[in-house]
Design a binder for this molecule. Structure first.
Ligand code: GLC
Length: 800
């Protein structure tokens, strides 16, 4: 028997020779002479789990990140026993495991190396805490690129960086600052246009090094827990992301109003101020669906209470706002004020729901209310209690959404800005210290909040927004990127963060538009709104200590720009909702960085600014003051400038005009973009007609979709939705649009207005379902090239 010390290099321990091998259906165990077990689980042909134990001993297998449905299924596999190695063969991969040291090489079926261990698994024993510091190192071939990892405010391509995951309250963070609020230990690697992903499901403080320490090595490690990672093969990046999202879970559809524009500030109070802001939106006709109450609505910052001086009758106020189309969203933080007179505190104390220090005292820390105790959201009983607390807010008062903040958890005026390591947590029956529970705390809070809103708001869909999150949080909540600053650099950061969150499985994210700290100029605010309306979550928020940040603060020009772009968002709601549905159904990222959109074009590998909104709209924010436009990369393929309708060929950089009232924006040729009429809030109007903007393309077919349903509630899950699939075929003298409809939902509108853009011929004849129609019967307008057709057509021919 070999002892560990014989396999030690500079304090690191390494696995020895494999001495036994066993297989149990989809799980294959390799045991080494020094008590390391590698367990390989084949979840899918291209999704493989690698889990390592030392001392022949695995921990209890428990994860908050993995969705219940994510691990279903079993794939065909075969194991070959060769002289020097074992080879596990799945439908998509060959996994080579060296008998000498359990080193792993993953190849595709054509024997291309996709991912190869360098040192592979190794570890250091931790005398101080017990257990191990677990480490993994992989070969980094020249030219490999790295993406993902949640909210990191740095270049999209992480090559050359070292990253840390430890949820942190980083007020006014800067470019490249790390760690931030979220911990998403998932990255995508790409080499020779083949992409794979690694999700290191470990909630301890984790680190990732992408060729920073050693030029040709990528590594990741954690301060405790197991080396436990999932490998996803693409080869397309989108496939990697959808597989990761499948494993860690997809959200439900949000209510459609949640995709409208939201207005927030720290803080709107008293009631008259809230009303004044709401009224101003309607007066200026800037669409808005939600208004937020930050911490000052509470009585001394006690969660689940109201300051009755500022808000004497919250139920009435919320109802009045609702009449005008505003949904009220309130903030709820985790810190519960220590106050024997305060019911929530008493209840938690009596039931032993607060986190405790190792030796027994409660975890005491200062947050907005002053000294607080904190519920242990990793305890299922606590989550259930917490969910129950929402009864009054949701069921009685009529609040429509909840904003969870400070849940890293943040503690003021202490080193590390959070709990000390020794704090104890239940971790759903796997008792542990804060070292292990820290990164998951915020997600468990958001989960409990989500359960509460769902329970009391049912059958309406819940809306939750969180600041801290770990992988899997997307099942319960949206998120924002925290306390940014009103600077041009932060506009760049917001763009990166939203894209990065999308490729990290958390599409429903946005930034504080205009910047949280400091005061934006009108120009910066306008440029930020132009970007913000293309983020899945769209909210203006500011710290309020520097002045106002409502769209009307900056004068007429900015009001007009804001209105124009918020209106555009509302027109594009059916397009945005369809993007969301794609995300919910298939885990498809709502924003696609250019590399994710076209990884075979190496020009995209280091691009940061341009992104695809959904599948067919290319957007690139203007990020500098005094700009009349900018240079940008147009991805391969052909596009129409949305504003000028000019046709452009992609695959190169171009100057694009964009004065303050414009943003570079292009539509993919062949796309059919659905639009609704402008509304001041979702549901203001009955949608009496769907507009389809059809962008001509010669040659290959292009498919576009429109998903619709009741815009709230769960009927859609019983088939009551409407999914229209349009196939566009363009010829020199003819256009064919085919429509296929799924689902039993019946939309209000009876007709569609079709606008034909870029067609190279003069329209002379139109056939609907094989019947030639009189042009004026379809309201043909030859100047605008529009026609109005019944919504139920299956095939439309438009000919010269
Ligand atoms: C934190 C949040 C911010 C909020 C403030 C007051 O700084 O990040 O959004 O407005 O607390 O609640």
């Amino acid at each position: 028997m070999i002892t560990n010390t014989e396999l030690e290099i500079k304090g690191n321990l390494f696995p020895g020779k494999i001495i036994s091998f066993s297989q149990n259906v989809d799980k294959i165990n390799f045991t080494t002479e020094n008590g390391v077990i590698l367990q390989v689980t084949i979840l899918r042909g291209s999704v493989i789990r690698f889990r390592y134990a030392t001392d022949n001993n695995f921990e209890n297998d428990f994860s908050y990140a993995i969705s219940e449905t994510g691990v279903r299924g079993y794939s065909v596999l075969e194991v070959e026993d060769h002289n020097e190695e074992y080879v596990i063969i799945t439908k998509k991969l060959k996994i080579h495991i060296a008998k000498a040291n359990i080193n792993v090489v993953i190849k595709d079926t054509a024997d291309n190396v996709i991912c190869k261990d360098d040192w592979g698994f190794h570890w250091e024993q931790s005398y101080e805490y017990g257990g191990n510091i677990v480490k993994m190192s992989k070969n980094a071939p020249q030219g490999e690129c790295y993406y993902g990892l949640g909210d990191k405010p740095m270049h999209l391509n992480l090559k050359g960086k070292r990253i840390e995951n430890w949820a942190t309250d980083q007020y006014a963070f800067g470019k490249d600052q790390d760690p931030l609020y979220k911990s998403v230990p998932f990255y995508i690697g790409m080499h020779e246009e083949r992409a794979y992903g690694i999700f290191f499901d470990n909630t301890f403080r984790t680190f990732f090094d992408f060729c920073h320490e050693r030029r040709n090595v990528t590594s990741f490690w954690a301060q405790g827990g197991e080396m436990n990672y999932y490998f996803f093969y693409g080869p397309d990046m989108q496939g990697v992301v959808t597989r990761y999202t499948d494993l860690t879970g997809k959200p439900e559809l949000p209510p459609l109003w949640a995709l409208g524009y939201h207005q927030c500030k720290w803080s709107y109070y008293p009631e008259s101020k809230v009303k004044e802001v709401a009224n101003k939106f309607r007066e200026l006709q800037i669409p808005c669906d939600a208004i937020y109450l930050d911490i000052d609505y509470m009585e001394g910052f006690r969660c689940f209470t109201w300051n009755k001086e500022y808000f004497p009758d919250p139920k009435r106020m919320v109802a009045e706002l609702a009449e005008d189309g505003f949904k009220t969203i309130v903030i709820i933080d985790p810190g519960i004020k220590i106050d024997q007179e305060y019911g929530v505190f008493k209840e938690a104390l009596d039931n032993d729901y607060f986190c405790k220090r190792a030796d027994g005292p409660y975890m005491r820390g200062k947050v907005w209310p002053g000294e607080c105790f904190f519920p242990d959201f990793t305890n299922p009983e606590v989550r259930e209690w917490w969910a129950g607390l929402f009864k009054e807010l949701i069921d009685e008062i009529g609040v429509k959404g909840v904003w969870n903040d400070m849940n890293e958890p943040a503690v003021m005026e202490v080193p590390g800005k959070t709990f000390p390591n020794d704090v104890r947590h239940d971790y759903d029956g796997n008792p542990c210290s804060h070292r292990k529970a820290h990164n998951i705390y915020g997600t468990q809070m958001a989960r409990a909040t989500y359960e509460g809103i769902k329970q009391f708001g049912y059958p309406k869909r819940p809306f939750v927004i969180t600041r801290s999150a770990y992988s899997g949080a997307q099942r319960y909540t949206s998120s924002w990127t925290g306390d940014n600053i009103a600077t041009w650099e932060h506009l760049w950061i917001a763009n990166i963060q939203a894209q990065r969150m999308s490729m990290s499985g958390m599409s429903f994210t946005g930034s504080d538009i205009g910047g949280f700290a400091e005061q934006p100029t009108g120009e910066l605010y306008a440029r930020w709104i132009q970007l913000g309306v293309f983020h899945p979550f769209c909210r203006t928020h500011s710290s309020g200590d520097h002045g106002d940040q409502e769209p009307w603060t900056f004068g007429k020009e900015v009001i007009d720009v804001t209105r124009k772009f918020v209106e555009l968002r509302y027109q594009l709601l059916p397009y945005l909702y369809t993007m969301f549905w794609d995300y919910v159904e298939q885990g498809i990222p709502m924003l696609k960085s250019l590399v994710l959109y076209d990884q075979e074009d190496i020009q995209t590998h280091y691009r940061t600014d341009e992104f695809i909104f959904g599948n067919q709209i290319l957007v690139c924010p203007v990020q500098e003051p005094n700009s009349k436009g900018r240079r940008m990369y147009i991805p391969r393929g052909n596009w129409f400038n949305y504003w000028t309708r000019e046709y452009v060929n992609g695959g190169g950089e171009q100057w694009v005009d964009a004065d303050l009232d414009s943003i570079p924006m292009f539509i993919k040729e062949g796309a059919i973009i659905p639009k609704y009429p402008i509304q001041q809030y979702v549901g203001e109007k009955k949608i009496d007609q769907l507009t389809l903007e059809v962008y001509y393309k010669l040659g290959d077919k292009e498919v576009s979709k429109v998903y619709e349903d009741a815009e709230d509630g769960y009927d859609y899950s019983k088939g009551r939705y409407s999914l229209r699939t349009f196939t566009f075929t363009g010829k020199e003298q003819e256009i064919i649009i085919q429509q296929h409809k799924n689902g039993t939902f019946i939309t209000d509108y009876e007709t569609m207005e079709i606008e034909l853009i870029g067609i190279p011929f003069v329209i002379k004849q139109i056939e609907i379902d094989n019947v030639t129609v009189v042009l004026k019967d379809v309201h043909f307008d030859p100047k605008k090239n529009t026609i109005v057709v019944p919504k139920g057509f299956t095939e439309l021919h438009i000919e010269a």
